[in-house]
Design a protein around this ligand. Structure first.
Ligand SMILES: Nc1ncnc2c1ncn2[C@@H]1O[C@H](COP(=O)(O)OP(=O)(O)OP(=O)(O)O)[C@@H](O)[C@H]1O
Length: 409
């Protein structure tokens, strides 16, 4: 601890060997007097510091008590519906009760329809909460017309057909289901390894049906929006209702819909709540009109069976890594805009790319383009693809962690 600079100096006793006995005694007496004075002064300061400390301690206690009261006096959440001359119309979350109320004067000029607010027991608006639009915007990717068409997807034609049947037909041709007397599938779950085109499928079907594409990543709900998961799931479905026709796409659904474990940590409880909200939204799905729901996972084995029950994700579509012809098609798609030399034989190259996913093939094509640029060419040759292949393989070797990496679908 640093010593206060204003403390009195420590008195010094200077005894000269030349001094007589009497002089020494006088000097010592004087020194003693000075020590007593300093001691008194320090005593005084100590006591005023103790008083001040006591005052501060009381202040801290008071603040703590005020903080507690603030924390414990619950406020309810509501959304501003309308600003009228008679007051503010709000709708309380949870019970959807509409109320005509007032805002604290300091909020009056700031409120707008759509704002999320905190209200007290008598419905008066106490706070304007500005985080919802933020977290909504952050947690969801909303795209009115995603720029992906079916022809941009290669090697999974059968899956495209199944998705069209399960998602597109109910949106574009609902009468057919009515006439036949069956319910269209509730939710479509795409499962398979990473980078095989699951997100593309969902975007393409939204695009081709002129539906709004609304994506939410399960992993982010768990990692980034802790405590907000179930609200965001509700928001997701509400938003889709507002923007219909819409395709909801929940990526990495395993993050919120994993099998229940025995552990009772609060994190798990929160994830459970999010999943329950998802299930209840899906169960109320019949009344939602033109909203289709899709999800994707590359950990099918981890999913809780509750989400696979009829009326929930009841159409499962496996999206595997592409076969050689599929790889060839994907190569063609991803080199459409490239100036590819005649010596590039995609069928041959596709054979070489065993076990490559669509995403890896797309990355390889870009890498080949980079090799051409480095060489000062605009034309991409077979050698560039081979160099890119080697680079990707080398990088893979360096990053592969020993031990089996198994995906179970
Ligand atoms: N079948 C495919 N045809 C054409 N391109 C593809 C295909 N699969 C993947 N790609 C390319 O890989 C990128 C990533 O694919 P996408 O995001 O659809 O994969 P995903 O299966 O959703 O992956 P993840 O499980 O990692 O989310 C796409 O933007 C596209 O460039």
């Amino acid at each position: 601890m640093s010593r206060s600079p204003s403390l009195p100096d420590r008195p010094r006793l200077d005894l000269d060997p030349e001094m007589s006995e009497a002089e020494r005694l006088a000097a010592i007496r004087q020194h003693y007097e000075r020590l007593l004075n300093v001691n008194d002064e320090l005593d005084e300061r100590l006591s005023s510091a103790t008083d001040r400390q006591e005052e501060l301690r009381e202040e801290v206690e008071q603040l703590k008590r005020r903080n507690e009261t603030l924390k414990t006096s619950s406020l309810y959440l509501a959304t501003v519906e309308e600003l009228t001359d008679d007051g503010v119309v709000i709708k309380q979350h949870g019970n959807n009760q509409e109320v005509l109320t007032e805002a604290s004067p300091h909020l009056d000029s700031e409120l707008e329809a759509g704002d999320r607010v905190a209200i007290n027991d008598s419905f008066a608006i106490q706070q304007l909460l500005d985080d919802e639009t933020d977290s909504r915007a952050q947690a969801m990717e909303i795209d009115d017309s995603p720029a992906i068409a079916y022809e941009d997807i290669g090697g999974i034609d059968e899956q495209v057909r199944e998705v069209r049947e399960a998602v597109e037909d109910p949106l574009t041709n609902p009468e057919m289901f009515e006439q036949v007397g069956i319910q269209p599938p509730s939710g479509v779950l795409l499962y398979g390894p990473p980078g095989t085109g699951k997100t593309m499928l969902a975007k393409a079907v939204a695009n081709e049906t002129d539906a709004t594409f609304i994506k939410m990543a399960g992993s982010e709900l768990v990692r980034k929006f802790i405590g907000e998961g179930s609200r965001l799931v509700r928001d997701l479905f509400d938003l889709a209702g507002e923007r219909e026709p819409a395709v909801i796409f929940i990526d990495e659904i395993d993050a919120v819909a994993a099998k229940r474990t025995d552990s009772k940590t609060s994190g798990d409880a929160e994830v459970q709540r999010t999943m329950m909200q998802l299930l209840s939204e899906m169960d109320g799905f019949d009344d939602r009109g033109d909203v289709r729901i899709m999800a994707a996972t590359n950990r099918f084995d981890m999913l809780d069976e509750a989400i696979l029950r009829p009326g929930r994700f009841d159409r499962l579509i496996e999206v595997p890594k592409p076969a050689p012809e599929g790889r060839e098609r994907i190569l063609e798609i991803h080199t459409r805009e490239m100036n590819v030399a005649d010596d590039v034989d995609f069928a041959d190259l596709a054979e070489q790319l065993e076990d490559y996913s669509g995403a890896e093939i797309a990355a390889l094509a870009t890498e080949a383009g980079m090799f051409a640029i480095r060489d000062g060419r605009t034309e991409v040759r077979r050698q560039d693809f081979d160099d890119a292949y080697e680079k990707v393989e080398d990088a893979d070797e360096q990053t592969t962690i020993p031990g089996p990496t198994t995906y179970q679908y």
